[in-house]
Design a protein around this ligand. Structure first.
Ligand SMILES: Nc1c(NC[C@H](O)[C@H](O)[C@H](O)CO)[nH]c(=O)[nH]c1=O
Ligand SMILES: CC(=O)[C@@H](O)COP(=O)(O)O
Length: 158
């Protein structure tokens, strides 16, 4: 279902786990930083809203979305980190580079999550245009960062 039909910031919050003692890592790509900073703010604020402590949220920047997998691994391998949220924005250009990045980071993040048996959340926008990105980073379709944070919380409840 497209984000146009289901707002990214509209989600159920029934039976969320207590996350007051949980530690979260947020790994953010520096490409399209106007978008990824908005995603970061959404994720950070959502974690606090549902009970995380500021001192238990660790943040790290990586150059681009392709590097999110390694950044996620460096966080997930730390015993004290309970969940990792990866945030990025890959905007379609003129070539197939977009396809390779998107597939690599989706596969890489999945592999890290399975390897370390921890939630590693794919909070990466893959729009065709800057406008589509902004619509999903606090615009009319909500904030992908909110969705990524609530997904991490829900996964800790399993
Ligand atoms: N074009 C975008 C990139 N490209 C950079 C790659 O992510 C990577 O850093 C580079 O290929 C070196 O390994 N990254 C994004 O996050 N968003 C883009 O639109
Ligand atoms: C997704 C990208 O890496 C993209 O910005 C590269 O643009 P292009 O495909 O026009 O080289």
């Amino acid at each position: 279902m497209s984000s146009a039909l289901k707002n990214l910031s509209d989600f159920t919050t029934d039976n969320l786990p207590d996350i007051s003692d949980k530690t979260f890592a947020i790994v953010v790509s520096e490409w399209n930083t106007d978008v990824t900073h908005a995603l970061y703010t959404g994720a950070y604020d959502t974690l606090l809203k549902y009970g995380a402590k500021e001192e238990n949220i660790i943040s790290a920047k990586v150059p681009g979305s392709f590097e999110l997998s390694l950044g996620a691994q460096k966080m997930a391998q730390q015993a004290n980190i309970d969940a990792v949220i990866c945030l990025g924005c890959v905007i379609q250009g003129e070539t197939r580079h977009f396809d390779f990045i998107c597939q690599a980071v989706a596969d890489g993040i999945t592999n890290v999550s399975l390897k370390f048996d921890k939630p590693v959340i794919f909070g990466v926008l893959t729009p065709n245009t800057q406008e589509q990105a902004m619509d999903r980073a606090g615009g009319k379709h909500g904030n992908k960062g909110d969705e990524a944070a609530i997904t991490a919380i829900k996964m800790l409840g399993i």
